[in-house]
Design a protein around this ligand. Structure first.
Ligand code: ASP
Length: 340
């Protein structure tokens, strides 16, 4: 089996720490020299894309990663066979769920695993989660799991359902609305909800980053949100209360939703709750939002919703945006929501 590792940065390959801050390391470190056991998992090749703290990752970086992954999936050997059986992406944990979500939408259906991983402590440290996570990610990249997924702390999560839940624990990720795709205990247990393999479509690099996400809170001044509509935003994500409610009496957000929709700026609503998702028909606040034009993001994570909105708007540039977003959020692209 052959696995290609793309490096993008993150703590796994950082140096420093206590008392100086952790910073991205030089480009020249050889992961196989540091973790020779990887050669027993698969034939490993590695390529460096960036050395970034993932808090500096931008939509343009997602496109570069996705394009590199797509290119690698298309590479063939001299005998015509596929060059790689799976891809691993080493990435910082802070925005890993965003990158994983964006990759799942940019790549669409895939036929092999694309596994992101990282660590809470650098590979060079004695007590680190980096070794286990890297070994697990490379192993999972050799399995029949044709999804963009996150391997962390002995679990594999669907990338566009995953969230970073813990800033300090080695067990940093979860996917509260979707069971893990795989559990790496004494044996490998895989879920029966793993998506079927699909031949990737031609790569489309278009993305629209001018999207604003706002976490609704009591006291949020609608005038501030109204002002944002004049800044050139092309889409708005409201991370609303509970099952999708927003204030509709004092400091009502309903006129803003109506105004945005009238100006062809789609407003997508997801929940602040990590479980359950949005049902805009359950309470008056949701019903009012719906009547004003809000689009339900269902049980999608904010990470998945914002990246899907960016990809949908990018692909439909020049077309009416509210209709585009409605269509995008009425359809599941890569397992990002439960069947509707
Ligand atoms: N700040 C780091 C990053 O996201 C954290 C990590 O990798 O765990 O790049």
């Amino acid at each position: 089996m052959r696995v290609l590792i793309f490096h993008t940065g993150g703590t796994l390959m950082m140096r420093g720490g206590d008392p100086s801050p952790l910073v991205p390391d030089v480009f020249t470190r050889d992961i196989l020299a540091e973790l020779p056991v990887l050669a027993r998992v698969a034939e490993i090749e590695s390529r460096i894309l960036f050395a970034l703290d993932s808090s500096d990752m931008q939509p343009e970086h997602w496109v570069t990663i996705a394009e590199a992954v797509y290119g690698a999936l298309c590479e063939t050997r001299a005998d015509g066979g596929r060059r790689f059986d799976g891809i691993v992406i080493v990435h910082g944990t802070d925005t890993m769920a965003y990158t994983a979500s964006a990759l799942s939408f940019l790549l669409g259906g895939i036929d092999r695993p694309v596994i992101l991983t990282g660590a809470q402590r650098p590979l060079g440290e004695v007590r680190t989660d980096a070794r286990a996570n890297l070994v697990d990610a490379c192993f999972l990249a050799t399995q029949a799991i044709p999804e963009v997924a996150i391997a962390f702390s002995s679990k594999l999560y669907r990338g566009n359902r995953a969230v970073k839940l813990d800033a300090w624990s080695m067990d940093a990720f979860g996917s509260p609305t979707c069971p893990p795709l795989a559990d790496l205990g004494v044996t490998l247990e895989t879920g029966d909800h793993i998506l079927a393999a699909q031949t990737p479509l031609p790569f489309d690099r278009r993305i629209e980053p001018r999207v604003l996400g706002i976490r609704v809170f009591p006291g949020l001044d609608p005038a501030i949100v109204a002002g944002a509509l004049d800044t050139g935003i092309q889409g708005l994500l409201l991370v609303a209360f509970g099952s999708g409610n927003v204030p509709q009496r004092e400091r009502s957000l309903i006129p803003i939703i109506a105004e945005a929709t009238a100006r062809d700026i789609p407003v997508v609503v997801v929940s602040q709750c990590v479980r359950g998702g949005v049902d805009l028909r359950r309470y008056e606040g949701g019903v009012s939002a719906l009547s004003a034009g809000a689009i339900s993001g269902g049980a999608m994570t904010p990470e998945a919703a914002v990246t899907k909105l960016m990809v949908a708007l990018g692909r439909g540039s020049g077309q009416p945006k509210v209709a585009l977003a409605r269509e995008a959020f009425a359809n599941i692209w890569a397992g990002e929501d439960d069947a509707m």
